[in-house]
Design a protein around this ligand. Structure first.
Ligand code: UDP
Ligand code: MG
Length: 321
C-alpha cells in the first residue's frame, strides 16, 4: 500500500459524503495504491452511518469506530495503528483541509523529506478567538522546540511510515509529531496548503486550546531535552534555590550583627528556610525522576539512541536482543 489517508471524525455528518468524493477524486488520479481510514471518535449524529455506507460501497474505505469520544489525537493514533500505507496523510473531516493539496504533499516527499507539514497561511477561522492565539502559540512552539514550522496545528501533513511507527501519542499531542520526528532524525519541511471556512457542523475547540497547547509544550520540551538526565534540570533549580536560601541567611545574619536588626523584623529567615526546603525537594525529585527514567528504559529494553544505518556490523548483536 502506498498511501493511507487518516480522517478523524467527531460529528461531521454532512461533511463525510462530499469529503469522501473529493478525496477519492484526487487519489484516483495519482496512479498509486491507497486507502482511506475514517476513525469515528464516538460521534453522536449520523456520521457513523455515513462512513459505513461509504465503506460498504468502496472497500478501500475503512472505518474504525470508537466506543466513546476519546479526542482527535487518539483518533489519529488509531488511524496510524490500523493503516498500512508507506506514506500516511492525516486530514480533518470537516472539509477545511483541501484534498487537492495531497499531490503537492507527495511531490515534496519525493524530494527526500520524511515529514511535509501543511501551513494554513490564509487560515479561515475566527481571527480573534482562533487565528491570533494560534499564531502566537505557533511562534512560541517553534522558538522553544527549535523546529521551524509555521503551523503545527494543521492536521494535513504527510509522514513516512517509519517516522510515525515509534511515536506514542498522549493527550492532545498530535500537533507535536513533527517535533518528535526531528528528534528522531527525520527531515521535516512545510508547504502552504489551502484552508476553507467550515460549511457544515461546528468546530470542537475554542480559545482554551491555546493554553493546553502551551502546557503540552512544556512537557514536550522537558521530554526532549531532559528525559535522559532529569537531575540536570531539577538539580539545577534545586541548587539555585539553596544558594538563594544561603544568601538570605547570610544577609539576615549581617543585618543582625552589624545593624542590630532582629531576625523577626525581616522576612529573610523565612525566605532562607523556604528556599532550602524547596532546593532539597527539587534535588530529591530529580533523583526520583532518574529512577523513573531507568525503569522506563530498562522495561522493554528501550535504547537511548537511534541508528540510521550500519556498515559491516551485525545489527542483531546479542546485547541488543
Ligand atoms: N475531532 C475528533 N475528535 C474530537 C474533536 C475533533 O475526531 O474530539 C475531529 C473533527 O471531527 C475534525 C477534526 O478533528 O475532523 C478537527 O476538528 P475541528 O474542525 O473541530 O477543529 P478546528 O478545525 O476548529 O481546529
Ligand atoms: Mg476544522
Amino acid at each position: 500500500m502506498d498511501i493511507s489517508i487518516i480522517i478523524p471524525i467527531y460529528n461531521e455528518e454532512q461533511n463525510i459524503r462530499p469529503l469522501t468524493e473529493s478525496v477519492l477524486e484526487v487519489l484516483s488520479t495519482l496512479g498509486k495504491s491507497y486507502e482511506i481510514i475514517f476513525v469515528d471518535d464516538g460521534s453522536t449524529d449520523g456520521s457513523l452511518r455515513e462512513m459505513n455506507e461509504a465503506a460498504d460501497k468502496i472497500p478501500l474505505i475503512k472505518v474504525v469506530s470508537f466506543k466513546r469520544n476519546f479526542g482527535q489525537t487518539a483518533a489519529m493514533a488509531a488511524g496510524f495503528d490500523y493503516s498500512s500505507g508507506e506514506i500516511i496523510i492525516p486530514m480533518d473531516g470537516d472539509l477545511q483541509n483541501d484534498p487537492h493539496d495531497i499531490p503537492r504533499l507527495l511531490a515534496k516527499m519525493e524530494e527526500g523529506y520524511d515529514v511535509v507539514s501543511g501551513w494554513r497561511r490564509h487560515r479561515k477561522d475566527h481571527t480573534l478567538v482562533r487565528n491570533f492565539p494560534s499564531h502566537v502559540a505557533n511562534k512560541i512552539i517553534s522558538i522553544i522546540s527549535r523546529v521551524p514550522l509555521h503551523d503545527y496545528g494543521c492536521t494535513l501533513k504527510a509522514y513516512r511510515r517509519d517516522v510515525i511507527e515509534d511515536v506514542r501519542l498522549y493527550g492532545e499531542m498530535h500537533r507535536f509529531i513533527p517535533i518528535y520526528a526531528v528528534w528522531h532524525g527525520a527531515r521535516v519541511t512545510e508547504i502552504e496548503v489551502t484552508h476553507h471556512p467550515r460549511k457544515f457542523g461546528k468546530s470542537k475547540y475554542g480559545i482554551e486550546r491555546t493554553m493546553k497547547v502551551i502546557l503540552d509544550l512544556i512537557v514536550i520540551k522537558f521530554l526532549g531535552q531532559y528525559v535522559q538526565k532529569p537531575i540536570h534540570i531539577f538539580g539545577f533549580l534545586g541548587i539555585l534555590s539553596i544558594i538563594g536560601g544561603f544568601l538570605a541567611g547570610i544577609w539576615a545574619l549581617l543585618l543582625k550583627m552589624i545593624y542590630g536588626i532582629s531576625f523577626i523584623k525581616t522576612p529573610l529567615p523565612q525566605l532562607c528556610v523556604l528556599l532550602f526546603v524547596l532546593g532539597f525537594n527539587a534535588i530529591l525529585m530529580g533523583l526520583l525522576a532518574e529512577i523513573c527514567i531507568r525503569i522506563y528504559y530498562e522495561t522493554g529494553n528501550k535504547r537511548t539512541y537511534l541508528v540510521r544505518e550500519n556498515r559491516n556490523v551485525q545489527s542483531e548483536s546479542r546485547k541488543l536482543k
